[in-house]
Design a protein around this ligand. Structure first.
Ligand code: HSE
Length: 439
């Protein structure tokens, strides 16, 4: 049988990895897929460099529309990144009846609903394992492996750059700016690291997982996104003394509010008990913890980025699409796990309605009664204290008081923090970091 003809849009780090792994493992991949998978065309900005990578057997072009419009191409692999051009290319490929594999989390988190609807209409597949947590097959797990379950929550360390920075800050006691600079010099962090450090990349990935876990549309615009750039080294240290590690966690879970059922969708620095496996995911590694009713907790760990780990996911999608090419479109696995007419519109809850525990650091003048004032404000708000730590930074006239609370709604802690900041002995703003026991 003629090999499946693949057109690659972009041959940077992931594209080159895809090309190399497909070549290296072609015999096993053919045995698994039932037919050969061949990169027939590549669109690249630097065609000279692309030709050096691919050799003469592949057609290299500068215009990506030549690939998506070419009649011989069966599957288009979009590895360009960004929003506008990839969206146009993916929609054109779909309109031309081609299947699509993409690693583009930003594209799917923003425009996934439109893209999946177009693919559904045209009876083609859009596969995106590489878009979330690189080489970890988390899309496959959520969409197929856990299909018997009612999924309760997904919590993940899904950005390697920030996890690397947090690990370095903790291990070396350095501040954020110093570690970021080092990470950029070592090539771990992008020259413009905004999407990574401000939590946007993690929120893109979380948005996609949330849709699959709960059968809801992708709703990136409703996600709460807070990165690590304001995190202080002292909070990492205090958390450690209290038995916690701070991670940038993406959390999505079913919840109940006064107005009914909802879904939490949030990315922010989070204290996790040091004893949890996921708290010990260090460096640039990723991990996703899924809680589901039948199976219980399952944890998926691996490389969330990099040339061949991400290529591993891209090629898994190529094999899936190849196997299902001739299947009746209605018998294929739905893009977002649930049949399109079975999606629900359970609302993403506003941050004020989420329920979690908190780490609070209050900088105060060391005066009689200040601790009593703090505990009274929390008690009046119905917030129960779990632990207290008092630290003297050195000059003895002002101190840090650190408190861990039990679970409460975010609006309750917001109100309590406003009152605490109004106390005459309190200096500056209260530092608040959310805490998840993940039990
Ligand atoms: N920049 C991402 C990370 C990898 O640091 O994990 C691609 O999503």
């Amino acid at each position: 049988m003629k090999p499946i003809q693949v057109g690659l849009l972009g041959i940077g780090t992931v594209g080159a990895g895809t090309f190399n792994v497909l070549q290296r493992n072609q015999a096993d991949i053919r045995r698994r897929a039932g037919r050969g998978i061949e990169i027939a065309m590549v669109a690249a900005r630097n065609t000279e460099r692309a030709r050096q990578l691919t050799g003469d057997s592949v057609t290299v072009v500068a215009d990506p529309f030549e690939v998506v419009n070419h009649p011989d191409i069966d599957i288009v692999v979009e590895l360009i990144g960004g929003y506008d051009l990839p969206k146009e290319l993916v929609l054109r490929a779909i309109a031309n009846g081609k299947h699509v594999v993409t690693a583009n989390k930003a594209l799917l988190a923003q425009h996934g609903n439109e893209i999946f609807a177009a693919a559904q209409d045209k009876g083609v597949m859009v596969a995106f394992e590489a878009a979330v947590a690189g080489g970890i097959p988390i899309i496959k797990a959520l969409r197929e492996g856990l299909t018997a379950n009612r999924i309760e929550s997904v919590a993940g360390i899904i950005n390697g750059t920030t996890n690397f920075i947090l690990s370095e800050m903790r291990e070396k006691g350095l501040d954020f700016a110093t570690v970021l600079k080092q990470a950029q010099e070592l090539g771990y962090a992008e020259a413009d690291p905004t999407f990574d450090i401000e939590g946007v990349d993690a929120a893109h990935k979380l948005t996609i997982m949330s849709a699959i876990a709960f059968g809801i549309p992708v709703q990136f615009d409703k996600a709460y996104v807070e990165g690590i750039s304001r995190l202080q080294a002292q909070d990492i240290r205090y958390a450690e003394q209290l038995g916690y590690r701070i991670k940038l966690l993406g959390i999505t879970r079913r919840t109940h509010t006064e107005s009914g059922e909802g879904v939490e969708l949030r990315v922010h620095p989070t204290l996790i008990p040091t004893g949890r496996l996921i708290a010990n995911v260090e460096g640039a590694m990723n991990a996703v913890l899924v809680q589901a009713d039948a199976v219980g907790a399952t944890l998926y760990y691996g490389k969330g980025a990099g040339s061949e780990p991400t290529a591993s996911a891209v090629i898994a999608d190529l094999v899936d699409v190849t196997r299902l090419l001739t299947a009746d479109p209605y018998s294929r696995v739905p893009h977002l796990a649930f049949q399109p007419n079975q999606m629900t519109d359970v609302a993403i809850v506003p941050m004020s309605e989420i329920t979690t525990s908190y780490y609070l650091r209050v900088h105060v003048q060391d005066q009689l009664g200040v601790m009593a004032d703090l505990t009274r404000i929390l008690a009046d708000a119905g917030i129960s204290i779990d632990a207290v730590l008092q630290k003297e930074p050195g000059n003895q006239t002002d101190i840090d008081i650190i408190m861990l609370t039990h679970q409460t709604r975010e609006k309750n802690i917001d109100a309590a923090i406003a009152k605490i900041e109004g106390l005459p002995a309190v200096i500056g703003k209260v530092t608040r970091i959310r805490l998840e026991s993940l039990g």
